[in-house]
Design a binder for this molecule. Sequence first.
Ligand code: SF4
Length: 339
Amino acid sequence: MNSEFVEPLIHWYRAQARDLPWRRNKQGYAVWISEIMLQQTRVSTVIPYYIRFLEELPNVAALSRVDDERLQKLWEGLGYYSRARNLKRAASDVMMRFDGQLPLRYEELMTLPGIGEYTAGAVASIAGGVRVPAVDGNVLRVMARLLNDSRDIANPKTKQAVRSALLPILPDDAGTFNSALMELGAMICVPNGAPHCETCPVQACCGAYLMGTVGQLPVKSSKKARRMVEKTVFALSAQGQYIGSKRAETGLLAGLWQLPEVDGILSDEAIAGQLSIWGVRPTGDLLIYARKHIFTHIEWHMRVCAAEVETDLSHWPEGWIMLEERMALPTAYRVCLPR
Ligand code: SF4
């Protein structure tokens, strides 16, 4: 692979990189937490979560001991809660197998729950100074354009090919190079809309720019359409608290709190009927409205019934409780609360 772009890229990064909290702390634990939080999540969303998380759980030992309920609360609103569960599992592993010190070798990082090739590469290179690439969707897009490469970036073989091609051109400071590629993908060679080629530091050696193929790259085979799920959700409050229950320990939003719900979109009459089946007595009017929540592979289309109800726990279905502020309610249900 042509390595012409490496120097100007690093030079640009050193001069222009955004000042982000995780770039001020290059310790393995901090880099690890930031990389996990940044998966599928915007930088601006992650910043307050990252700061709060590190303040409360400043090291592996603290993370390994944190109460599950508290961990969910720290993650509330970030989505993909399995990331938080895996962080804690990995922290326990590190306590047992690595004496509480997060390993910085790529191969050892890869043995920890929730850490894949990209995260292991990012942590090992940024925190450990290891010469190893970190290739995610962002980097794949940038490399497809830089190399004028029309292979399908959704194909895992393309990812492996890009990793192999990057290995020999990685500079000694691979962490800065990897960060620079990510920054270029976030700020200049952007995913949605046209990339900002006119201000790009590697324009002079970009294959797609020189060949006039920027608009056609990257090639990415389309994902399967999301599955639509219809349901009716009940935002029932009593004495200022919402009623909820725990979800099953497997599947979507496993083990998290939820609002009462039934499959399908119920009519107004069926909603009233469902409340009486549950033994719930509203104390005023029912407020009915629609809400939607999009997961990676599923879309929830919800009809929501919000109501103040009598507090009569004895009639409620088993497992229902009054949710407390310390309990995390996933965004998919939080959007159902009346505004
Ligand atoms: Fe991306 Fe344009 Fe820069 Fe090429 S010149 S890397 S397409 S922003």
